[in-house]
Design a protein around this ligand. Sequence first.
Ligand SMILES: [Zn+2]
Length: 69
Amino acid sequence: MSIEKLEEQKNEMLEELEGIQEVCDTLPECELDDGCKTCKTKSKVEELEQKIEEVEEKIEKLTQADEED
Ligand SMILES: [Zn+2]
């Protein structure tokens, strides 16, 4: 997979992440202290963050491989 595609994927996920975080901010349960610890939105955010991290790692590896050429 090309770096460009991965960057695209990452940007899409970042946008999705932002949208989810906005929803989380408006949930009544999330206004409570520690409310976010149990909200479903939070686990989605963590899942996405994990995926974004993986894509970033792939991009980094590809970038390094490019520089070695
Ligand atoms: Zn929340």
